[in-house]
Design a protein around this ligand. Structure first.
Ligand SMILES: Cc1ncc(COP(=O)(O)O)c(C=O)c1O
Length: 381
């Protein structure tokens, strides 16, 4: 039988906690409270605490978490917001949704996060905020970002979509900036069974404003202070997430053990660079992302696909080269490290229930691919 190793196996996770999840859904169905209510409030408090924050506001998605957080701090037309070009589109489209302009800064090739040595030269008198993205589950270099934010009086909105529970100098990400934006997209480390998101913050005013924005700008109901949205976290999703949250640290531990085994299994392959973990950071490996050198990434990916092993490229085209951001006027060559990464990165199957046997199979096929291609082309370089 042909083997099949998915990138992420959501059914395996459901099977491991089926009873708790089903109970949570039933609790909501029986309660008659289907919009907001005590389940959402409890989750907001639990996630805020998990992230070391005072407040949490559940919203409809990670994308909306970013948009509403930016709106809440007053980002609007004429403003510039700095972020990375190597990230999911929402890190930057959220800025445009507020009427502001994304300004990209290249990544550090080791961590794939914003290169903090390059941020200062991108700051202008219009810059109002920085969105560091904790890509793949690894914290960005927050000390330097916060130092620049203080120096230039900028807001910091952390994109925590891929990194809930990751720690920087022992503290969970999301608590460093003015707001931290979490995604509960099903494949995320804490995934709902549908869309969902949440903003954590220590600022009561930001929390209040996001609560208004997610409910049409109202406070109390039917009194509108601003033009808002319908962007509430679904109550059933909140109950499911409450059932899953107690497992999140154990799942992160499993991801870290799996990544250590991948590192070990892939160590001898000259063409593969395994993930770097920055000092003082705990990486929660939302993705286990290698670099494939020698322009062999796509061939390797095809080879693995033919053998039933699913991989993904996060991201194949950096945001500054995407047609939707063409109006910003960037060109190829503007962010060479992001462009290089987009040609080299490959994310391997990674989920807490992945077995050692499956990992050995993935690593074995990668090894075989390079043995074959080295046979054809000689030395690694
Ligand atoms: C870095 C990053 N930011 C933002 C988002 C948007 O989250 P959502 O899909 O929940 O809207 C995602 C994930 O999808 C993401 O990976």
């Amino acid at each position: 039988m042909k083997k099949s190793i998915p990138l992420v196996d959501l059914k395996a996770q459901y099977a491991s906690i089926e009873k708790e999840v089903d109970e949570a859904v039933k609790r909501v169905l029986r309660s008659g409270q289907y919009i907001l209510g005590s389940e959402v409030e409890a989750l907001e408090q639990e996630v805020a605490e998990f992230c070391g924050c005072k407040y949490g506001v559940g919203v409809a998605s990670g994308t909306d978490a970013l948009i509403l957080a930016l709106k809440a701090i007053g980002i609007g037309p004429g403003d510039e917001v700095i972020t990375s070009p190597l990230t999911f589109v929402a890190s930057a489209s959220s800025i445009v949704h507020c009427g502001a302009k994304p300004v990209f800064v290249d990544i550090d090739p080791e961590t794939f996060n914003l290169n903090t040595d390059l941020i200062e030269r991108a700051i202008t008198e219009k810059t109002r905020a920085i969105i560091p993205v904790h890509l793949y589950g690894q914290p960005a270099d927050m000390d330097k970002i916060l130092e620049l934010a203080r120096k230039y009086r900028l807001f910091v909105v952390e994109d925590v979509a891929q990194a809930i529970g990751a720690k920087y100098k022992g503290k969970a990400v999301g608590q460093f900036g003015h707001a931290g934006c979490i995604s509960f997209f099903p494949s995320k480390n804490l995934g709902a069974f549908g869309d969902g998101g949440l903003v954590v913050t220590n600022d009561p005013e930001i929390s209040d404003r996001i609560k208004m924005l997610r409910a049409h700008g109202s406070k109390p109901r039917y009194y509108y202070h601003m033009i808002g949205y319908n962007s509430r976290l679904d109550t059933i999703q909140a109950a499911i997430l409450r059932a899953k949250l107690p497992y999140l640290n154990a799942w992160a531990g499993a991801r870290q053990r799996l990544s250590a085994l991948y590192n070990e299994l892939l160590r001898e392959i000259n063409y593969v660079k395994t993930p770097y973990i920055a000092p003082d950071c705990s990486h929660v490996f939302h993705q286990y992302t290698i670099r494939v050198l020698g322009e062999k990434r796509d061939a390797l990916r095809n080879y693995l696909r033919e053998r039933g092993i699913e991989t993904q490229v996060y991201y194949p085209l950096p945001l500054h080269l995407q047609p939707c951001f063409g109006f910003l006027g960037y060109e190829e060559g503007d962010f060479p490290e992001s462009e290089k990464a987009s040609r080299e990165v490959l994310s391997l199957p990674m989920f807490p229930e992945l077995t050692e046997e499956q990992q050995k199979c993935v690593a074995g096929e990668i090894t075989r691919f390079f043995e074959m291609s080295e046979g054809e082309s000689g030395e690694a370089h």
